[in-house]
Design a protein around this ligand. Structure first.
Ligand code: 3PG
Length: 213
């Protein structure tokens, strides 16, 4: 995917059944981890801005793994959006939604998946032109039943449920017409990073292909 063409949130969601939510504590993990996911068929990678090394990891992946499309997670405001874009992120994921974060991502040229957990938040995101949303925290905030309830009034919104989603329950979300993909941290276990067990990460990525509809 060319790095000069802006991405849409829908493109980010449609690439694979799962967007991995990644926490990296060491720059050395970034490139082999990204290559392991790509080898397993997952290209859209959400590296969360939760560690001091996160931006350097995004930069390393953007530079060294051209088959991947790296995005930033845990984007909470303008500074995060600008830093993520400067590091080479192509998309952003936020845990909640504010007009400011929406505008900041637009200004930075980042596709945004805004996080929502209520009808009011969905309406606020839609007011700003966002209709592809992350439902977070999905399991804790109502799970598949909540998405079914939202499909009536919010018939024109598509979701990426994230939070409490696993390989075991992902199909319950993916079976819903208003769900395009799910997000989850299970593809990149902390101990696999520490052990350098890249084959395990590839196997976890490959296992998600069975979730394809
Ligand atoms: C997060 O932001 O931590 C994600 O929602 C991941 O949640 P999970 O660990 O339950 O997949």
């Amino acid at each position: 995917m060319s790095t000069s063409t802006p991405l849409s949130a829908l493109q980010v969601m449609q690439d694979a059944p799962v967007i991995p939510v990644i926490v990296l504590n060491d720059l050395a993990y970034a490139v082999p981890m990204a290559r392991a996911l790509v080898a397993g068929g997952i290209r859209m990678l959400e590296v969360t801005l939760r560690t001091p090394q996160a931006l350097a990891c995004i930069e390393a992946i953007a530079r060294s793994v051209p088959e991947a499309v790296v995005g930033a997670g845990t984007v909470r405001g303008r500074a995060d959006a600008q830093a993520a874009a400067s590091a080479g992120a192509r998309f952003a994921v936020s845990p909640g939604y504010t007009h400011a974060v929406g505008q900041a991502c637009r200004d930075a040229g980042l596709a945004l998946l805004p996080g929502v957990a209520s009808g009011s938040e969905i309406m606020m995101a839609q007011e700003d032109g966002f209709s592809e949303l992350k439902f977070f925290p999905a399991l804790q905030a109502g799970g598949p039943a909540m998405l079914k309830a939202w499909s009536g009034p919010f018939f024109d919104v598509r979701f990426c449920p994230t939070g409490g989603v696993t390989l075991q329950n992902a199909h319950e979300f993916l079976a819903l017409p208003n769900v395009v993909c799910v997000g989850g941290s299970w593809l990149v276990p902390a101990e696999a990073l520490v052990q350098g067990d890249w084959a395990r990460i590839t196997a976890l990525a490959q296992a998600t292909q069975a979730l394809r509809r």
